[in-house]
Design a protein around this ligand. Structure first.
Ligand SMILES: *Cc1c(COP(=O)(O)O)cnc(C)c1O
Length: 399
């Protein structure tokens, strides 16, 4: 069915959706109900690491759905146990709590840090609770994670905010130091600020933060909802800097498209007691089975190395376009990259790319002056070439 035949008025208008109804996907391609196909460099906002409907993910979900979907989070199931074990074996962390969205995992991280701050209080015995976060950071859309975020305008949108978040400047260690006081319990950041426009933290900044937080008795929380699970060419982006945070959150890519997220920490920081954290769907076997299938592919020999290589291919294509059209270059890590346009034509490019015929191209402009690229982690070299050629056509028609 096409859009004209469907009763769309019943949906809350939370996004300006184009007049397209998508029906199915395969790898890097999405198909609409009119039969047009689109090369997808959005992939559900960096969610479908294996592309659309990857066979091993489909198999894992189908088999698990036929066996057991949700016995309650208060019971053990094999997928939940095996995925937690797999995550701990390949990371610096010892304990995992599964959630259903990045925001929920980050809420968990904030609660965990506040609980830890109660157990490790100020000299006068009062609980420490303040978390230093960053200008332009993005941590989710719940009240606490919006308060932790540094997106302009978010402080007033649903005021009053949840208190206890102070915003430092990204890649500026002095601005972090200036905000630390007796109440501070943690510093929380994205290793690459995604929604802000793909701004990587420098390795030096991450190392300085690790050093500073250790010296001052603070937790370091890495929000790897967007950067984790292979997106940057390492399993987790903080590994590029050779540091180990105390807490990490994962979302997006961990489920390959199904709602799965995770909160991870080291043993000393795992201070929730029974009853303090939970949720109806947390760690259910359907989504954790999907997570296991994704993790199996991510950690297959050569997979991560290939992401780094593909990232270089994408970077070169973007740099060539930047040069040809007089843009301001590109930035990013692995397969999370941005083309800096230097003028506010991002939304126009996104629309024209989608409307290309006979095949469309799906791109994202988190800010009007740049495009963000988040293809499937198994995108082919040919598909990157094709994307660059399509984008070039769009740019020629606009500029
Ligand atoms: C997307 C994102 C979130 C929020 O995840 P949801 O699953 O949408 O709740 C949090 N942090 C970062 C860095 C993200 O990119």
């Amino acid at each position: 069915m096409t859009l004209e035949d469907l009763p769309i008025q019943s949906l809350m208008p939370i996004a300006q959706r184009p007049d397209i109804v998508f029906s199915h996907g395969e790898g890097s391609w999405l198909y609409d109900t009119r039969g047009k196909r689109y090369l997808d460099f959005v992939q559900g906002w960096a969610v479908n690491g294996l592309g659309h409907s990857h066979p091993s993910l489909v198999r894992a979900i189908s088999e698990q759905a036929g066996r057991l979907i949700n016995p309650s989070p208060a019971f053990y199931t094999e997928p939940m146990i095996l995925l937690a074990d797999a995550l701990c074996r390949r990371s610096a962390f010892d304990k995992v709590f599964f959630a259903n969205s990045g925001a929920e995992a980050n809420e968990g991280a904030i609660k965990l840090a506040r609980k830890w701050g109660r157990l490790h209080p100020r000299a006068d015995g009062a609980a420490r609770y303040e978390i230093v976060t960053f200008e332009h950071g993005f941590h989710g859309r719940t009240l606490a994670t919006m308060s932790a975020s540094g997106k302009p305008g978010w402080d007033t949108m649903f005021a009053p905010q949840v208190p206890g978040f102070k915003k430092a400047r990204f890649n500026d260690i002095e601005s972090v130091k200036a905000l630390i006081n007796d109440d501070t319990v943690a510093v929380m950041l994205e290793p690459v600020q995604g929604e802000a426009g793909v701004i990587p933290a420098t390795d030096d900044f991450l190392r300085e933060l690790r050093e500073l937080t250790r010296q001052r008795g603070l937790l370091l929380i890495a929000d790897e909802v967007q950067t984790g699970c292979g997106r940057t060419g390492k399993l987790f982006a903080h590994q590029h800097a050779g540091i180990e945070p105390d807490i990490m959150t994962l979302g997006k890519g961990i489920g390959g498209g199904v709602p799965l997220a995770a909160l991870l920490c080291r043993d000393e920081v795992s201070v929730f007691e029974a009853g303090e954290q939970g949720g109806t769907y947390n760690g259910n076997p359907l989504t954790t089975a999907a997570g296991l299938a994704v993790f199996g592919e991510l950690t297959a020999p050569g997979f991560l190395e290939n992401i780094a290589r593909l990232g270089d291919v994408l970077r070169d294509r973007l740099l060539a376009l930047s040069e040809e059209f007089g843009f301001e270059g590109e930035r990013g890590v692995g397969l999370l990259r941005a083309l800096r346009l230097g003028r506010d034509i991002g939304p126009q490019i996104v629309e024209k790319a989608r409307e290309l015929a006979p095949e469309g191209l799906l791109l994202n402009a988190p800010r009007p002056d740049l495009l963000r690229f988040m293809p499937a982690l198994n995108v082919s070299d040919d598909e990157i070439e094709k994307m660059a050629a399509m984008l070039r056509r769009v740019l020629r028609s606009i500029l």
